[in-house]
Design a protein around this ligand. Structure first.
Ligand SMILES: Cc1cc2nc3c(=O)[nH]c(=O)nc-3n(C[C@H](O)[C@H](O)[C@H](O)COP(=O)(O)OP(=O)(O)OC[C@H]3O[C@@H](n4cnc5c(N)ncnc54)[C@H](O)[C@@H]3O)c2cc1C
Length: 363
């Protein structure tokens, strides 16, 4: 039995109200559950899964076309996917597609748009009027220029200075938006009036990418060298991939995001160290080598706060510790961080999550 087509085509703007149909297509329960759920990013943004094609089973199905029935050694589906990713046989991974809807500041969009292997369609500020929504950094996000890395932030600014700068940033955003409205009132076209808005203004887009190129993009963008605000969106996209193709996600986590590339002398040093010989790499090269050996940071944890019955004051405690919350989700917390904040209450929190049937990964 199928639902009738809605009369109003605008209904398609909201995935939660979209009609559903019986399908012969491959579906993935965790992806179906995630469709339409906003994964909060920054103060006002989100990523939500709109649609997907394929999943782990599609990777296996398409891989078996090339490997055929004769390949008896790669019987197990999970092992096959792991083999493909480990050995960069990535064309079956490209068979999985994701379509997501993002709300993001323009300065983040400018970075993500460099991923040429994605297809996107962005809100037109020539056609529609942009909302008065800007990314407003928290005080902890106002940090000094890094003294060691030219493209990164360093120490958190002294609180008094941070408060002064934050007030100036907000005032500038609001005066820009007031002027934007005034220019529109005076009859200036939308395509020119928008030039007075800064790069922190939020935009929206639909973003489509296959799982292979998504894995590569997330390697670059959920990395400590990437801009933290862009990392937030990369982490949300990791959740999307985990829902759509859990085994692809697990193998990418192990062999791509969790991997490091060692040069010839670094491999020699590792071999020497296994033989009990001291590492002979020195200076900056040694620092870079050691950094590669550091275990990657844990995956983020998304807690749907409402579903585990979080009280407001608990949410405030998370905010107060720089763990960003938004709507009904808290992002980027690890089990260890929650434990250090809540002590025994953390165990209660994990129990509540279990009772709600949530799988809290990432610690
Ligand atoms: C931390 C960081 C800092 C960055 N800083 C800057 C910066 O200062 N300035 C700046 O301009 N960009 C910057 N970038 C963007 C970066 O240089 C890449 O353009 C971006 O990450 C996209 O990577 P990609 O080309 O691998 O991905 P995609 O565009 O998705 O391409 C995927 C792959 O397809 C192939 N490919 C795609 N297009 C071409 C092509 N035209 N020719 C040959 N091969 C192609 C390549 O193998 C490529 O790896 C930065 C990125 C990061 C992560």
């Amino acid at each position: 039995m199928t639902n009738p087509q809605p009369d109003n085509p605008k209904i398609f703007a909201d995935p939660a109200t979209m009609p559903t149909y019986e399908t012969k297509r491959l579906t993935v329960p965790s992806a179906e559950a995630l469709i339409g759920v906003p994964l909060r990013c920054l103060d006002k943004g989100f990523v939500r899964l709109v649609d997907y094609m394929g999943g782990d089973a599609r990777v296996v199905q398409s891989a078996r076309v090339s490997y055929g029935e004769g390949t008896k050694t790669i019987r197990d589906d999970a092992a096959l996917i792991d083999y493909l990713i480990r050995n960069a046989h990535t064309s079956p991974i490209e068979q999985v597609e994701t379509v997501t809807h993002w709300k993001l500041p323009i300065f983040v969009a400018r970075q993500i748009v460099r991923t040429r292997t994605a297809s996107l369609n962005e809100e037109s500020a020539r056609y529609s009027i942009l909302g008065n929504e800007f990314w407003v950094p928290s005080l902890e996000e106002l940090r000094a220029q890094s003294s060691t890395n030219k493209q990164m932030s360093g120490e958190v600014l002294p609180r008094e200075l941070a408060e002064k700068l934050l007030a100036a940033i907000v005032a500038e955003q609001q005066s820009g938006y007031t002027l934007y409205e005034e220019l529109l009132r005076q009859g200036l076209s939308r395509e020119v009036a928008r030039i007075v808005l800064d790069a922190a203004v939020y935009t929206e887009w639909y973003w489509k990418i296959d799982a292979k190129n998504l894995i590569d993009t997330l390697r670059l963008r959920d990395d400590s060298h990437a801009q933290p605000q862009t990392q937030a969106y990369a982490r949300a996209m990791k959740e999307v991939l985990r829902a759509v193709a859990p085994q692809v996600y697990a193998s990418a986590d192990e062999h791509v995001w969790g991997a490091a590339r060692f040069g010839r002398s670094e491999r020699q040093a590792l071999a020497d160290m296994l033989d009990g010989v001291e590492c002979r790499i020195e200076g900056g090269a040694r620092d870079r080598f050691v950094a590669k050996l550091a275990i990657a940071k844990p995956n983020p944890l998304y807690l749907p706060l409402e579903r585990i019955g979080f009280a407001d004051e608990e949410v405030m405690r998370l905010d107060g510790h720089g763990i960003r919350t938004g709507g009904d989700l808290v992002e980027c917390a690890t089990r260890g961080a929650l434990r250090s904040l809540f002590g025994d209450t953390a165990e209660d929190l994990f129990r509540r999550a279990d009772a709600a049937g949530l799988v809290l990964r990432g610690w």
